[in-house]
Design a protein around this ligand. Structure first.
Ligand code: CTP
Ligand code: CA
Length: 225
């Protein structure tokens, strides 16, 4: 992020991020996972740090190395992630949920390894808390950012999420596109805010998208002054 090395325009800002996918245990050897490399969230952490912010990164399991100087809190399940996001929420300026949170978990986790006996196996799942929605309900001074992964009707679904979760900026991705998104280094997104027309970013690196997100957040913060 050469462009932002000299611009410490996030100095004094506290940024709370989530990244990666959460995992939900089934038994001691198996789990349900959500697809996410963590690259977008880690890019957001790295860029914020280089622009001078104080960064806390709540991360699900990933293969990535934490950027230097960033406080990293490792979690596994959605409920653990929620607890850590809430614990650090009160003092944050910008809060970004880039994590792919498992929507469901096992109603009951098996204490012992389940032997494969039958030809089929039915798991009973219950809903996980919606962390972003919860943060939206508790929002005070924070500017709140959500992501939306969609395969159909991107604008419609993303607009609904913006409203329902009370977020200030929603970054919507078409995850059915093979050239961007999951596991790739590139992204192309639609940025939605409450008052302006949706902004298409075009294809760019996750670092560039991160920079754009912070530019928008600084604008929104300024409008509030
Ligand atoms: N999110 C969350 N907690 C959940 C599920 C999602 O905080 N239990 C957050 C994600 O981190 C993301 C946003 O909500 O910032 C949208 O996630 P997405 O999976 O696209 O939407 P959902 O609300 O889960 O709806 P659905 O999966 O049914 O489309
Ligand atoms: Ca979901």
């Amino acid at each position: 992020t050469q462009a932002s090395n000299f611009a410490k325009d996030l100095a004094g800002k506290k940024i709370l991020l989530s990244a990666g996918g959460t995992i939900e245990p089934i038994d001691p050897v198996r789990y349900l996972a959500n697809r996410s490399s963590g690259k977008m969230g880690y890019a957001l952490a790295e860029v914020a740090q280089s622009r001078g912010a104080k960064v806390t990164l709540v991360s699900g399991p990933t293969a990535l190395k934490a950027p230097k100087g960033v406080e990293v809190i490792n979690v596994k399940t959605a409920r653990e992630m929620e607890a850590e996001m809430l614990a650090h929420y009160a003092t944050a300026d910008f809060v970004i949920m880039a994590a792919a949170v498992a929507d469901y978990r096992l109603a009951q986790v098996y204490e012992q390894k389940v032997k494969k006996v039958g030809e089929t196996w039915q798991l009973n799942l219950v809903r996980n808390p919606d962390i972003l929605k919860h943060l939206g309900e508790l929002k005070q001074q924070q500017l709140l950012v959500g992501f939306a992964a969609e395969t159909t009707e991107l604008v419609k679904h993303a607009t609904e999420k913006l409203r329902q979760k009370n977020v200030d900026l929603l970054v919507a991705n078409d995850v059915s596109r093979k050239d961007i998104g999951f596991g790739t280094n590139d992204n192309a997104a639609l940025l939605l805010t409450r008052d302006k027309a949706p902004q298409e970013t075009g294809k760019m690196t996750k670092q560039q998208l991160a920079n754009l997100i912070y530019d928008r957040l600084l604008e929104l913060a300024k409008e509030r002054e």
